[in-house]
Write a new protein. Structure first.
Length: 104
C-alpha cells in the first residue's frame, strides 16, 4: 500500500486505485447486507421502504462528509441518490408479497 505521494509511476497509481476500488466494493457489499436486513425489519415493523426523512438525513450526512474531506458535495450526493434509489427498490422487493398465495 502506497500513499498517492509515494507513487512513482502510473503502474503504482493503477495498483492503488484498483486496491481502493476493491475495498469500496467490499464496503458496498457490506452496506447492501444491511439494506436486506432493513427490508426484513421494516416488514415486521410495518414501515415503508422509502422514508423521506431518513433519505434527507443520509444525503445531508454525505454532503457534510464530502465537504469535510474536500470533495464536491453535489457530486457525491448524486452518487448517493442512485445508491439510495437502488436500496429502496431492493427493500420494496423484500416488502412486497411473494405472490398471490403468500400469507395464505
Amino acid at each position: 500500500m502506497k500513499t498517492a505521494a509515494e507513487c512513482q509511476s502510473m503502474a503504482d497509481i493503477r495498483t492503488e486505485i484498483d486496491r481502493l476500488d476493491e475495498t469500496l466494493m467490499q464496503l458496498l457489499a457490506e452496506r447492501w447486507s444491511y439494506i436486506g436486513r432493513a427490508g426484513e425489519i421494516k416488514t415486521k415493523a410495518g414501515l415503508p421502504a422509502d422514508i423521506p426523512s431518513r433519505v434527507d438525513e443520509v444525503r445531508a450526512n454525505v454532503r457534510r462528509h464530502a465537504a469535510d474531506l474536500g470533495l464536491d458535495p453535489a457530486f457525491y450526493d448524486a452518487i448517493w441518490m442512485q445508491l439510495i434509489r437502488h436500496s429502496i427498490v431492493r427493500e420494496e422487493e423484500i416488502l412486497a408479497p411473494q405472490g398471490p398465495h403468500s400469507g395464505a
